[in-house]
Write a protein that binds this ligand. Structure first.
Ligand SMILES: Nc1ncnc2c1ncn2[C@@H]1O[C@H](COP(=O)(O)OP(=O)(O)OP(=O)(O)O)[C@@H](O)[C@H]1O
Length: 187
């Protein structure tokens, strides 16, 4: 199987009439992870959307190899279904079984707590294992145990050849994590 790859070439991002950042380039190969830091409003979420192909960069290009998963506040699960059934939808689409945590399988998605929502998003991303995970503020609202579990899950994803890009103000512990401060690219 070809390894995952994500490269940004001279990216600029404009939102409304404001140029947020420009001249941003990086390249990540299989197993590598990058943290994007920067103050509120510097464009971290916008950059993840550009990397996901959901937002057109004002300038520059993105190269992607591998399946993309964007984990942000928008949980791609039907809020009205029990979690198990909501995951079944994706399991059928992706052709792989996705098991909800047994204690949560019958809980409607809209009742899940912040940490439970994030864990459900990670389960939904399993078929993108080995691809590119784009995580927007993944540690927000998580308790200490959940932070450690998520960091371990991302480490495991990278060990299996995946790529992770983490947009977060908070420290994220991961061996070999690269770092880009968007402030250095402010336009
Ligand atoms: N659709 C939009 N149209 C115009 N401006 C937008 C749009 N979406 C976001 N912005 C603006 O772009 C800027 C960057 O937003 P973005 O969410 O990318 O920043 P961020 O670094 O992720 O912020 P935070 O740390 O607060 O989550 C903000 O000033 C925001 O108001």
């Amino acid at each position: 199987m070809e390894g995952a790859r994500l490269a940004a070439h001279d990216i600029a991002c404009r939102r409304g009439d404001r140029l947020l950042f420009a001249g941003l380039s990086f390249a990540l190969g299989s197993g590598e992870a990058l943290q994007i830091v920067g103050a509120n409003g510097t464009g971290k979420s916008s950059l993840l959307r550009i990397l996901a192909g959901l937002l057109r960069p004002y300038a520059g290009t993105v190269e992607r190899d591998g399946a993309i998963a964007l984990l942000d506040g928008n949980l791609p699960l039907d809020a009205h279904l029990p979690l198990g059934k909501a995951l079944d939808f994706w399991a059928r689409l992706d052709g792989v079984p996705l098991a909800a945590e047994p204690a949560l399988a019958d809980v409607p998605v809209r009742f899940l707590s912040t940490g439970q929502r994030k864990r459900a998003a990670v389960v939904q991303s399993h078929p993108r294992e080995g691809g590119v995970w784009l995580l927007d503020e993944p540690l927000n609202g998580l308790d200490t145990g959940a932070v450690e579990a998520l960091q371990a899950r991302v480490s495991d994803h990278c060990a299996r050849g995946g790529i992770a890009v983490i947009a977060s103000h908070q420290p994220f512990t991961l061996d070999g994590l690269k770092r880009i401060d968007l402030a250095e690219f402010a336009a």
